[in-house]
Design a binder for this molecule. Structure first.
Ligand SMILES: NC(=O)c1ccc[n+]([C@@H]2O[C@H](COP(=O)([O-])OP(=O)(O)OC[C@H]3O[C@@H](n4cnc5c(N)ncnc54)[C@H](O)[C@@H]3O)[C@@H](O)[C@H]2O)c1
Length: 468
């Protein structure tokens, strides 16, 4: 059976000078190309310029080009690039500014960074992280950060010069998936395949120009509507055919995730949007040996829920009802005014309780309201009704006055560092050890996720120390 090379990349040329259009299966007749193609499966460089290649031989695809499972990461510093979908957003600009402040050395405190005291080979240092990415809004990160009003004046002044040099790459977007957020900074891509090629080209340019040792894609874009369980999302073959047909069931978050996996870049989804968690892309991440994680960052109210619920369960205090309400006035809240986007968020927020407690809480209500005066200072209230010994009733009230992006930004840094480490260790597919950072954690074999915070924390630390 002959060797096949599947090449992705617009106008890429092979060593014989022949032009390859993206997503074409080329039978490589020239034996010189075939052997260089094989080598390429590992090196991802010359002679196919900036394209990712996989080899299909005897009907079986060779594994991805990353390290083998159990590989030992090199000791020493590594420069890691985070390519953010939604890089001009409140969370992304706070994370990028945070890294600049840490790099400047003026803030020696690492509050809010859960893995600040962890030191294992291959885990990038915070100040070796570089931010770039895509956004519908073409403002520089300095302009965007000033508008979000998360950072104080000193912090804006301190980080302004560095953030002013970063302008978002044109985004891939669809108003059918996210109605309330618009912007002119968009790729002209007319087809799904064009969009993927453009995203991959951005990633490869970032890796080359940034002289990066590792790259990670993190989705921090506005919440998209939930993708229905459409048949084209259920297997990689069906998904690939749907890409070719420009199927409207595939949304932007999935295109970014596909492109990242195709380029061999680890992918994390901090939003509730459907992305690497659709079965087709889980399958692809395993086949291509790329680590993925998600979804929907666990920062405030759900964090409290997954801390409190295990304690109530341990004391056998029965939860009769749990009423959760939030007000927020940032752009994320604006996106959530669209009922379809809101449904995605309610879906990930609503899942945690029953699985921790082991029974269904009939009156578990989650309410999220956009309330402009609050900006990024989200407020969450929880009322919990309990039954104790001899049927006596009690209540707990929790009122968390948080700063949404200040809680979220450090988690983004940790997710990216751990995904980069997982890639060096040769791991692939859903990374369950990252469960403690997500409201709806992806699991390796499709089993129910672990939601209890103390168990999730142990899982991550065991994973980190296993490779130390
Ligand atoms: N802040 C938190 O505590 C928290 C917690 C969990 C999840 N999240 C999720 O993280 C995401 C980011 O939150 P945020 O507060 O920074 O939101 P934000 O609205 O400030 O930022 C989102 C950015 O994404 C951009 N965008 C929208 N569609 C895009 C596309 N297709 N491609 C590229 N860019 C696109 C927007 O222009 C905007 O700049 C949201 O989905 C939010 O639900 C946040």
């Amino acid at each position: 059976m002959p060797a096949w090379v599947v090449a992705h990349g617009r106008g890429a040329r092979n060593a014989g000078g022949r032009t390859l259009t993206h997503t074409q299966m080329k039978r490589i007749a020239d034996p010189r190309l075939r052997s260089s193609g094989r080598a390429l499966g590992r090196s991802l460089h010359y002679p196919f310029q900036e394209i990712s290649v996989r080899i299909v031989e005897n009907g079986r695809e060779t594994p991805g080009s990353g390290p083998q499972p159990g590989a030992k990461p090199a000791v020493g510093r590594r420069r890691v690039g985070i390519a953010v979908v939604g890089v001009g957003g409140a969370v992304a600009t706070t994370a990028a500014a945070g890294v600049e402040i840490l790099r400047g050395g003026t803030n020696r405190r690492l509050d809010g960074l859960p893995l600040a005291s962890v030191s294992v080979p291959g885990l990038a240092a915070y100040d070796d992280i570089v931010f770039r990415g895509w956004d519908l809004n073409g403002q520089t990160l300095a302009e965007a950060a000033a508008e979000h009003r998360v950072l104080n004046d000193d912090q804006l002044a301190m980080t302004g010069p560095a953030l002013a040099t970063v302008r978002p790459w044109p985004a891939v977007a669809s108003s059918a998936f996210c109605r309330n957020i618009e912007g002119a900074n968009q790729h002209a891509a007319r087809t799904h395949r064009d969009a993927i090629a453009a995203i991959i080209a951005d990633l490869l340019r970032f890796r080359r120009e940034g002289e990066l040792d590792g790259t990670v894609v993190i989705n921090l874009a506005s919440v998209e509507r939930t993708a229905a369980d459409h048949p084209v999302l259920c297997s990689l073959d069906a998904f690939e055919r749907a890409l070719d047909a420009n199927d409207p069931a595939i949304g932007p978050a999935m295109l970014y995730a596909y492109a990242a996996i195709e380029a061999g870049v680890p992918y994390g989804n901090f939003t509730p949007s459907s992305a690497a968690d659709v079965p087709a892309l889980v399958e692809m991440s395993r086949r291509r040996r790329v680590p993925v994680a998600g979804k929907d960052g666990k920062t405030g109210q759900t964090l409290m829920k997954t801390v409190l619920a295990p304690a109530l369960r341990a004391r056998n205090l029965h939860v009769d009802g749990w009423f959760s309400t939030n007000i927020l006035g940032n752009r994320d809240g604006e996106a959530l005014r669209d009922p379809d986007s809101l449904q995605s968020k309610l879906g990930t927020k609503g899942r945690v309780l029953d699985s921790i407690l082991g029974y269904k809480v009939e009156d578990h209500i989650v309410d999220i309201r956009y309330y402009r005066p609050r900006g990024d200072d989200k407020e969450a209230w929880d009322n919990i009704d309990l039954s104790g010994f001899l049927g006596h009733r009690m209540q707990i009230k929790v009122n968390f006055l948080c700063k949404d992006s200040v809680l979220a930004a450090p988690l983004v840094l940790e997710i990216a560092r751990v995904l980069d480490l997982a890639h060096q260790r040769g791991e692939s597919g859903p990374q369950e050890q990252l469960s403690l950072f997500f409201k709806a954690p992806m699991t390796a074999n499709g089993h129910a996720p672990e939601h209890a915070f103390p168990v999730q924390e142990r899982m991550l630390h065991e994973w980190l120390s296993a490779g130390a």
